[in-house]
Write a protein that binds this ligand. Structure first.
Ligand SMILES: Cc1cc2nc3c(=O)[nH]c(=O)nc-3n(C[C@H](O)[C@H](O)[C@H](O)COP(=O)(O)OP(=O)(O)OC[C@H]3O[C@@H](n4cnc5c(N)ncnc54)[C@H](O)[C@@H]3O)c2cc1C
Length: 381
């Protein structure tokens, strides 16, 4: 029997590449190895599950077994890959060895944990999986107040979701406004004002120093020396691509696992995509880039080598109290923002020296124009 395509990881990247392989080749042998239970769910739904009235278990679309049967995949769930014998083309896992012909790493990312102090740190949650979310939802039972550390995309989405159920939500961020790296100044202030009008408190220019237990709650001390007693704390300070296994295997790693535009790592039989991968210096931990990468990689793995192309990919921020769409300029792009800020909405455009639009932000009523704006953007790759 031919050595299979082995995909490590059953998140969006792993499952999407399998789905795309099956569209192209019903017969090729595919094995999926994953450390988790392989419950299939849409991770973006975690940050608006409260507003949609969904308990964590209801977010699961398929059990691993159902999904594997539908996709004719040999599934090894609850199986962690510990190392890879590259010359022997063999995975070493905590459940034994698995041979591969081609190997796909779809390992995701890990939450960053800054060096905060205090005896409450084990109750500071990060959410990057359904399992994490179940734990955090447990913290919200009976809670009235929540601190969110980090006002980026995921932090703002959770903050708005919790606000929608009547929780008091305070967001702490060292930047001057929410979605700091994605928004220029005036636009960021506009978004911040709308979040505050909706009832969230945004502690701008304020980091977190320590978190202590106090009664059933947590006392958070911020970088201004002020302290806040809350019932639950969510950390959303960012994710780091999962690169440890790739490093251990001797693959080239920068911020993520380095791949070329065929999603090929420094080993020609090993590929990577999703939150763990870095394609020509781009680490894009979002759904759309993963879907593009899955289609290109599936074609390559089924005998039609295909170069990855990224169009501009706007991200819809799931904050119903402040609808926002961001399409950042390509990393390293030179230019300036032109911000058009009105009461009902914002159109901010990043222009290069020839006044060519390279990125944009829409917020408020203008978000409905996102398709028109996206069509004007140059490809990212
Ligand atoms: C709350 C939240 C909301 C989001 N909302 C949006 C949104 O609205 N729009 C958007 O574009 N993006 C959004 N994102 C980002 C998007 O969800 C991610 O980019 C995407 O889900 C990542 O998929 P992945 O398969 O690369 O990683 P993961 O889903 O993290 O999957 C990694 C897999 O690898 C497995 N694994 C790791 N190491 C090993 C090992 N050694 N052995 C075996 N298995 C291993 C894990 O078990 C897991 O199955 C959101 C992210 C979060 C956290």
């Amino acid at each position: 029997m031919a050595a299979p395509v082995v995909v490590v990881g059953a998140g969006l990247a792993g499952t999407s590449v399998v789905r795309e392989i099956r569209k192209l080749d019903p017969g090729i042998r595919v094995v999926v190895v994953t450390a988790d239970a392989a419950e299939i769910y849409a991770k973006p739904n975690l940050s608006n599950a409260l507003a949609s009235g969904k308990e964590p278990a209801r977010l699961v679309q398929f059990s691993g077994e159902d999904w594997a049967a539908r996709n004719r995949v040999e599934l090894r769930s609850r199986t962690r890959v510990l190392g890879v014998d590259r010359p022997g083309k063999m995975l070493r896992t905590d459940q034994g060895e698995i041979p591969y012909g081609s190997l796909v790493l779809a390992l995701g990312a890990q939450p960053v944990r800054p060096p905060w102090e205090g005896d409450g740190l084990d109750r500071v949650r990060s959410v990057n999986s359904l399992r994490d979310y179940e734990v955090f939802r447990g913290d919200l039972v009976g809670a009235r107040s929540v601190a969110v550390i980090g006002g980026g995309l995921v932090g703002c989405e959770f903050a708005d979701d919790m606000r929608s159920t009547g929780l008091q939500v305070a967001v702490f961020d060292p930047g001057s406004h929410p979605l700091g790296r994605l928004l220029p100044e005036q636009t960021g202030n506009w978004v911040r004002e709308r979040m505050e009008q909706a009832g969230m408190v945004f502690h701008a220019g304020t980091g977190v120093v320590s978190v202590y237990r106090e009664g059933n709650g947590l006392r958070l001390v911020d970088s201004r020396g002020e302290s806040h007693l809350v019932d639950a704390v969510l950390s959303a300070v960012g994710l780091r691509p999962e690169v440890e296994l790739a490093k251990e295997m001797g693959l080239t790693v920068q911020r993520g696992i380095s791949v070329d535009r065929h999603l090929r790592t420094s080993d020609p039989d090993i590929y990577a995509l999703g939150d763990c991968a870095e394609v020509e210096s781009l680490v894009l931990p979002f759904v759309q880039p993963i879907l593009h990468a899955s289609r290109a990689l599936a074609a390559t793995l089924t005998g039609n080598p295909t170069v990855l192309r990224y169009p501009a990919m706007p991200v819809v921020v799931k904050t119903p109290s402040v609808p926002t769409v961001v399409c950042p300029p390509p990393p390293g792009a030179h230019g300036r923002w032109r911000e058009d800020v009105a009461a009902e909405g914002v159109v901010s455009v990043f222009l290069d020296e020839n006044d060519q639009a390279l990125g944009f932000v829409l917020a408020g009523e203008t978000v409905k124009e996102r398709t028109r704006w996206a069509e004007r953007m140059p490809d990212w790759l």
